[in-house]
Write a new protein. Structure first.
Length: 266
């Protein structure tokens, strides 16, 4: 097990994609972005930041869109001598999927960094395992389940190497699912930014998830995986997800973590 106080290499940052409204959570997100929904004693974004800091990451970039001013104010209040945190605005958030959020933050993608979805709630051990994992240019944190639904970002593997990634993968070709967190190192950032730029220049660029770019790079052998099976995490897409994640966080906060490997997403 990786200790919580184990530090990543110097200069690692995290990019959190939090531009969307989270319309499937309405009316909870009518005037509040998903990342500012309360969990236990803190918001989704606060929880993510706390767990990243426990892994030694103290430079964080949040991509904002819906209710951007509210998130920007929230982020400003979190800045301290121990936390360098800033925002990048995605003006396309209403008409585009999250590849555009990555593209807007491409100037932040240098060196080693983590990229994570703004609705992934996780214990710090998840990020720690990814940080010290594979040495591939791009490494995806994956989990395993007995079955997968249409919303899961599924992966097909050859060993640990990713062959394909997409929600459309059939069950017979699915070997796990991306939890919405990945690590870039060495030339991984350059490969990703170049592919983002290529896709954004196509007529369909605004319609793609950033995993489209990851899928293309996977065909070159640049994308590997780290399993976080046995650790706790959840994604917040629907009200029922929020309820389950809140229960999971309450258990963590109380120091009585739910049974290892429980999965708080649907």
């Amino acid at each position: 097990m990786v200790e919580h106080n184990q530090r990543p290499e110097s200069g690692m940052k995290a990019l959190i994609l939090s531009a969307g409204q989270g319309s499937r959570l309405l009316p909870l997100t009518a005037d509040r972005p998903k990342c500012l929904l309360p969990l236990d004693s803190m918001t989704v974004l606060e929880w993510q930041i706390r767990e990243l800091q426990r892994c030694g990451i103290n430079e964080i970039v949040v991509v904002v869109g819906f209710q951007a001013a509210a998130v920007e104010r929230f982020v400003a209040d979190l800045r301290s001598s121990r936390l360098a945190i800033r925002t990048v605005f995605n003006p396309f958030y209403q008409v585009a999927d999250n590849l555009s959020s990555c593209w807007m933050a491409r100037h932040e993608m240098r060196g080693n960094f983590l990229l994570l979805n703004g609705d992934t709630v996780f214990e710090s051990e998840v990020a720690a395992r990814l940080i010290v994992g594979e040495d591939a240019p791009i490494t995806i944190a994956i989990d395993h389940s007995s079955d997968y639904d249409a919303d899961d970002m599924k992966v097909r593997l050859a060993g640990r190497r990713v062959l394909e990634i997409g929600k459309w993968l059939p069950a017979e070709h699915t070997d796990g699912e991306s939890i919405g967190m990945m690590r870039f190192r060495d030339d991984g950032a350059t490969l990703f930014v170049d592919e983002l730029d290529r896709v954004m220049r196509t007529p369909e660029g605004l319609d793609y998830w950033y995993t489209t770019a990851i899928g293309t790079l996977a065909t070159t052998g640049a994308v590997s995986t780290v399993s976080i099976e046995g650790l706790d995490w959840g994604e917040v897409d629907y009200p029922v997800d929020l309820q389950r994640v809140r229960a999971m966080v309450r258990n963590w906060t109380a120091g009585t973590a739910v049974a290892a490997g429980s999965r708080a997403s649907t």
